[in-house]
Design a protein around this ligand. Sequence first.
Ligand SMILES: N[C@@H](CCC(=O)N[C@@H](CS)C(=O)NCC(=O)O)C(=O)O
Length: 110
Amino acid sequence: MSEEKVVVLNFWPSMFGARVIMALEEKEVKFEYKEEDVFGQKTDLLLQTNPINKKIPVLIHNGKPVCESNVILEYIDEVWKDDKTLGLLPSDPYQKSQCRFWADMIDKKL
Ligand SMILES: N[C@@H](CCC(=O)N[C@@H](CS)C(=O)NCC(=O)O)C(=O)O
């Protein structure tokens, strides 16, 4: 794909943001990083792109925002899929279930 513009709104200590950054790096997708101060003044960009939850991470792909880290991971996996890049999840159903278990653990415990 050419002419891609990918922006990530993040807060560096966030595990939710980290999983998005890792997925983009795994897929070798170039992106612009924008740090948000989620405990201070949220930017207009964050409020406009995630008006429901007002939380990071937000992925903005060619101007279209995607919110919620697990939703973002599925989006990344579907958009940047080609012969060179592996899927983010293993193909084996059992191994896949284990990845989902730990992702769910992070969602619930952090
Ligand atoms: N379920 C969300 C959780 C995101 C989340 O909790 N983000 C925190 C930072 S780690 C945040 O933006 N907090 C700001 C706030 O609660 O106002 C996801 O997976 O993306």
